[in-house]
Design a protein around this ligand. Structure first.
Ligand code: URA
Length: 206
């Protein structure tokens, strides 16, 4: 399975706060943001740099800047929870939005919104916190590939083996970075042990 699970002690600490059913939305949002800094650090660990020169107050010295445009694509609505950290660390990032609802009966993705910037010469980060069946993420990857993306990383908070398998099968070129790889899905396609419904916990809709 091509998945990198970030096992940094801080990531494990933050994930535990997110899993705790008693964590209230305000703290849940803050903790998601903090965890996302760590996930983003891993997701960009292989990002190419362009070498140049920077002039300090004292001398010229080699300097490095990101070689490609970064594009973040939160999958609505839970992906919005990861966006603040991305905007913080990558202030020049362009942001596209992919709106997909999960049919609760079939778990199949239903598109309701898709607005994306130019993806040529870009590294695309798809923000999909809960990789459950993989249906929504596979759909989002298909969409951004259709818009020209070739370098794609998915940032997840928790992944289920079923979802990882699906993405590896549908899109073997896509890298997955997550904070946890859990046991599996229940009958309602929720990740177990997971953290519940990410969108509900971020936005207090429960
Ligand atoms: N989406 C969620 O928010 N949680 C899950 O466990 C699965 C999908």
């Amino acid at each position: 399975m091509d998945i990198t699970v970030v096992e940094h002690p801080l990531a494990r600490h933050y994930l535990t706060i997110l899993r705790d059913k008693d964590t209230a939305p305000e703290s849940f949002r803050e903790t998601t943001r903090r965890l996302c800094y760590l996930l983003l650090t891993e997701a960009t660990a292989r990002t190419p740099l362009a070498e140049g020169t920077v002039t300090t107050p004292l001398a010229d010295t080699p300097g490095y800047r990101l070689a490609h445009q970064m594009v973040a694509v939160p999958v609505l609505r839970a992906g919005l929870g990861l966006l603040d950290a991305v905007l913080d660390l990558l202030p020049d990032v362009k942001v596209g939005y992919a709106g997909v609802a999960r049919d609760e009966e079939t778990a199949l993705p239903q598109e309701y919104y898709y607005k994306i910037p130019d993806l040529s010469d870009s590294q695309v980060l798809i923000l999909e916190p809960m990789l459950a069946t993989g249906g929504s993420l596979s759909w989002a990857i298909e969409k951004v590939k259709g818009s020209g993306a070739t370098d794609i990383t998915a940032i997840c908070v928790v992944a289920a083996p079923e979802g990882v398998k699906r993405i590896n099968n549908d899109h073997p070129d896509v890298r997955i970075v997550a904070a946890g790889l859990d046991e599996g899905l229940n009958d309602h396609f929720y990740i177990v042990p997971g953290l519940g419904d990410m969108g509900d916990r971020l936005f207090g809709t429960y």
